[in-house]
Design a protein around this ligand. Structure first.
Ligand code: ZN
Length: 276
C-alpha cells in the first residue's frame, strides 16, 4: 500500500465538501492549499460555465478525478426515462470537455408510486446501456456508484459493490465502479467484491461514518471521526490495482458545511495524512 503521509498528490476534494464556495473559488482554494485533484458537480459546472471551468482547471493543473454526477435513470413513464438518458448524454459531453477521468452514475431509486424493485433495476440497466455508446465514443468511463441500502427507495437501487459489478459484467467495456467507503464499509462481501473489481475501480471516495448518524444524506463525518477502517479499505482497493486519488466527499449540513471551506481543506489534509 502506498504511504501517503507525506504525499499530497493523491488527495482530491469533492466539490460537495466545500460547497459554500462556487466552483471557481473551489479550484483556486484547492490550488492554494496544494491540492491537485478535484471532483466537480454538474450544478457548479453549469453556474461557472463548462468552458470557463475547463480553463481554470487547466490553469491550475488540476486532475479532475470524476464528474458528479449522472444517473437517476428510473422514472414512472417512458418520457421521464428518455429525459434522464438525454441528460446523461449531456453529462458525458461535460465530463469530456473538462477532462474528467470518469462520470459518476448514481442509479436512481423507485419511481414515484412504484414498489417494483426488479423493474426499476431493469430501467437502470437499460438507461446505462442507452448512454454507453456515446460514453465509449467520447472515451468517458462510466463509474457506477453503489450507495448504502438506506438510499434504495429514493436515490439508488444499486446497493452493493457486487451488484454494481454485475452490471459492469453485463454492460461491458466503458463501465466500472466507484468505491465510496461510506456506502460499502459495512458489506460482509466487501473484500471479495473489491478483489473482483480489479482493474475496474475508477475512483475512490473517502469520508467517515458517524455514530450516531442523524441524517440519511447530509451527516457524513471527516475521516478519523467515525468507525470506517479507512486504511484497511484502501489497502484492499490498492491491492486490486487502484492507484489514483482519494476523493474527500463529505455531505455535512450540521458541521463541515457551516465552516470556512479554507479551514475544511486544512482539516482534510491533516486527516488524509493521518487516517486515509
Ligand atoms: Zn461518493
Amino acid at each position: 500500500m502506498r504511504d501517503l503521509t507525506d504525499d499530497l498528490r493523491w488527495l482530491a476534494i469533492n466539490s460537495a465538501t466545500i460547497k459554500s464556495w462556487p466552483l471557481d473559488q473551489q479550484i483556486e482554494g484547492c490550488a492554494r492549499a496544494g491540492i491537485t485533484g478535484i471532483a466537480p458537480w454538474r450544478n457548479g459546472l453549469a453556474d461557472l460555465g463548462v468552458s470557463r471551468a475547463r480553463e481554470l482547471l487547466r490553469a491550475h493543473q488540476m486532475t479532475v478525478t470524476c464528474l458528479c454526477r449522472g444517473g437517476m435513470f428510473t422514472a414512472a413513464d417512458a418520457a421521464g426515462r428518455k429525459a434522464a438518458i438525454d441528460d446523461n448524454r449531456r453529462a458525458v459531453d461535460e465530463a469530456a470537455e473538462i477532462g474528467a477521468r470518469c462520470l459518476v452514475l448514481v442509479a436512481g431509486g423507485l419511481p414515484a408510486g412504484s414498489k417494483d424493485i426488479a423493474g426499476a433495476r431493469e430501467q437502470i440497466r437499460d438507461g446505462i446501456a442507452a448512454m454507453l455508446p456515446q460514453a465509449r465514443a467520447a472515451n468517458m468511463p462510466l463509474a457506477i456508484e453503489p450507495l448504502h441500502p438506506m438510499t434504495a427507495a429514493d436515490r439508488c437501487l444499486i446497493n452493493t459493490l457486487d451488484q454494481a459489478l454485475d452490471l459492469c459484467d453485463e454492460l461491458g467495456a466503458g463501465t466500472g465502479v466507484v468505491v465510496d467507503v461510506y456506502h460499502v464499509w459495512w458489506d460482509p462481501e466487501l473484500p471479495a467484491a473489491i478483489d473482483r473489481a480489479r482493474g475496474r475501480i475508477l475512483t475512490y471516495h473517502v469520508c467517515d461514518w458517524l455514530v450516531p448518524t442523524t441524517d440519511l444524506v447530509e451527516d457524513r463525518g471527516m475521516m478519523g471521526d467515525g468507525v470506517i477502517d479507512l486504511r484497511g479499505i484502501r489497502a484492499m482497493v490498492e491491492e486490486a490495482g487502484y492507484a489514483g486519488h482519494c476523493d474527500v466527499e463529505i455531505f455535512s449540513a450540521r458541521n463541515w458545511w457551516k465552516r470556512d471551506p479554507a479551514e475544511v481543506l486544512q482539516v482534510a489534509i491533516e486527516r488524509y495524512r493521518k487516517f486515509v
